[in-house]
Ligand binder design. Structure first.
Ligand code: M6R
Length: 614
């Protein structure tokens, strides 16, 4: 959701650094943005509806230059529509204190009424503004800003990552606090910084501390001190992060999504190859994680995730059941957390998340743990909440994923799931050495196959298809077995970035309803790779054709390409691994359809990269 930055320097000017930080975090929310800096006689604010460029234009007068402390925000609206007024930061009454916030203050109406009763006139429709007035009121009688923040938070219900800037008589103060949404802090010799995620801090240092719920951090140049809500000091040791700040750049690519699609060969290699054990018939995770003992008591696996990560989780269920012969349930994290699920000590709760900060996935993990489950995660962000809260973690090595539409993180999640399934199968004795070796050898061979799907010629073929089908009324994606989740993923990708109607279905379900949708205005994309259900899926293509439907077959089943109007051939591999190839043309198809429709591909409407609120 929203992105937050803040900094206090011993000397120099903070404003450009804040804007640069917001640019890196803009993928978290992009309906408005703003900064506040501490000037000689108060806090100065600039904020603008729309993209960061609007804020930059508003800063062009240089009036905020020279200030050495400030905070900034890029917004994904919850309370009050996107507008200059509702953009953060929000000021207290006296113009000496400003607040930025990610999250929701659930009791803001009661607090607003109280504050209005004492004469406060609200300037925005946001829940956040109550924080500015409450903290300002407390500051009048508190020793310092952190005490005022503590007193305010004692009255607040809800969740937040917030940063507060005050310009009191003693100089600028910057404090931040976390309850729910993520917040990280770091210091260098002569400055201290805060940001919603590590991408905002990496330009300064790779030694980063992650705040826990209930933490309040006080930033002074060269130092970050963390206290709890009672004011007691707590230690949050910095972790060394292995991403480079340049990894999130666009380079020569027109969009992050296209760049990230093209990175998938490398991502697969980084995530999987170094974890293939020496004898090439097993998987070895760092630090001996997921040992035989880890799985000893496990009777079933419960996967929870959201969106694209859920689709990776569905593939994980086929892989784990197929190779490790252990029952797997998969659920939307948002459903799981409210359905009083049957989970106990024999359950391995496996969360899958790119960001590691998705509110529903975290809540599902916490619920599973509270019921006695062992908790594991497949996650892309080192130091994220999901990683910190899991007993076993497979870090995907996708690097920063900036495009809101997840692509390379998905590939990495599926590769990680395969590694986990092989390890489980080996630990449980359901997968013999020879089969494991064959599968891992096939996995290694995927690298050139992925590259072959990303040559100019292969991409050109998809682009031509996008042109042919862009005027259609909608798309239906069909897949079966381990490629059913790929049908769901193809549909999700297309709808989220091109806003075209698209549905994904299990191919065998077509005749139970979706077949009624078939007409020449609907493109039916059928994913079919060589494997035990290929004949069945091919028959579905015939059924669609017989009803005048327009079909595109994607996969390694050459016979399907003969039947369908259009096709995207994909190299053959083991059926288990076929999703890792089949998804790539679908990602490209979405990309080019969205491009032809003039959509804002990296920042689709209404979406945000990291969904840290419910
Ligand atoms: O960070 P997470 O993997 O937990 O995020 C889950 C979903 O919000 C995410 O996959 C979303 O569906 C993407 N926009 C899909 O492209």
């Amino acid at each position: 959701m929203c992105g937050i930055v803040g900094a206090i320097l011993s000397e120099g000017s903070v404003v450009q650094g804040l804007v640069d930080g917001l640019r890196v975090l803009e993928y978290r929310g992009y309906d408005s943005s703003g900064v506040a800096v501490a000037a000689d006689d108060g806090v100065l604010v600039r904020k603008k509806e729309g993209r960061l460029a609007n804020l930059e234009a508003a800063l062009a007068d240089g009036a905020l230059e020279g200030a050495r402390a400030g905070i900034g925000h890029t917004r994904w609206a919850t309370h009050g529509p996107p507008s200059d007024r509702n953009a953060h930061p929000h000021l207290g009454r006296h113009g000496t204190l400003a607040v930025v916030h990610n999250g929701i203050i659930e009791n803001y109406l009661a607090l607003k009424e109280e504050l209005t009763g004492s004469g406060v006139v609200f300037q925005s429709e946001t829940d956040t503004e109550v924080l500015a007035h409450l903290i300002e009121r407390e500051l009048a009688t508190a020793d310092d800003l952190s005490s005022a923040v503590r007193r305010c938070l004692a009255r607040v219900e809800g969740y937040y990552a917030l940063a507060v800037l005050s310009r009191g008589p003693a100089g600028p103060e910057v404090v931040c606090a976390r309850q729910g949404p993520p917040l990280a802090v770091a210091s260098t010799a002569d400055a201290a910084y805060l940001a919603s995620d590590l991408l905002g801090l990496l330009p300064y240092t790779n030694r980063i501390s992650f705040l826990e719920d209930g933490d309040i951090a006080v930033l002074t140049p060269g130092r970050v001190q963390v206290i709890d809500l009672q004011g007691r000091l707590v230690e949050r040791l910095p972790k060394t992060i292995h991403w480079e700040s340049g990894d999130s750049g666009l380079g020569h690519w027109p969009h992050h999504m296209l760049k990230e699609i093209h990175e998938q060969g490398d991502v697969l290699a980084r995530t999987a190859f170094s974890r293939i054990a020496k004898g090439a018939d097993d998987v070895e995770f760092e630090g001996g994680a997921f040992s035989d003992e880890f799985f000893a008591e496990i009777e079933r696996v419960q996967v929870t995730a959201c969106g694209t990560a859920l689709h990776a989780g569905m593939i994980a269920s086929y892989l784990i059941e197929g190779l490790a012969r252990i029952p797997v349930d998969v659920d939307f994290a948002s459903e799981f957390r409210y359905r009083d699920p049957l989970v106990g000590p024999g359950t391995l709760a496996l969360a899958i998340s790119q960001s590691g900060e998705t509110a529903d996935t975290l809540a599902a993990t916490r619920l599973a743990r509270s019921k006695g489950a062992k908790v594991a995660a497949i996650c892309n962000v080192e130091g994220s909440s999901q990683v910190r809260e899991s007993d076993g973690v497979i870090l995907t090595q996708a690097g920063p994923e900036i495009g809101v539409a997840s692509t390379k993180a998905f590939t990495a999640q599926v590769a990680a799931a395969l590694l986990l399934a092989v390890r489980m199968g080996r630990a449980r004795g359901t997968l013999d050495s020879e089969r494991a070796r064959e599968l891992l050898q096939e996995l290694r061979l995927l690298r050139p196959k992925i590259d072959s799907l990303l040559t100019e010629e292969a991409v050109g073929r998809v682009r031509r298809l996008a042109r042919l089908h862009v005027e259609q009324n909608g798309f239906l994606f069909l897949g079966r077995g381990v490629n059913f989740p790929i049908a769901l993923e193809g549909a999700l990708k297309l709808k989220e970035i091109s806003y075209m109607h698209a549905e994904g279905y299990a191919a065998g379900e077509m005749k139970h309803g979706p077949i009624a949708l078939i007409d020449p205005g609907m493109t039916i994309v059928v994913i079919n790779s060589v494997g035990h259900v290929a004949d069945k899926v091919r028959a579905n293509i015939e059924q669609v054709k017989a009803r005048g439907g327009v079909t595109v077959s994607v996969g390694s089943d050459a016979a399907s390409h003969e039947v369908a109007e259009d096709s995207i051939p994909v190299p053959e591999t083991s059926e288990w691994l076929s999703p890792l190839l089949n998804v790539i043309p679908l990602q490209l198809l979405s990309y080019y359809v969205a491009d032809l429709r003039g959509c804002d591909i990296d920042k689709p409407r209404n979406l945000a990269k990291s969904v840290t609120v419910e």
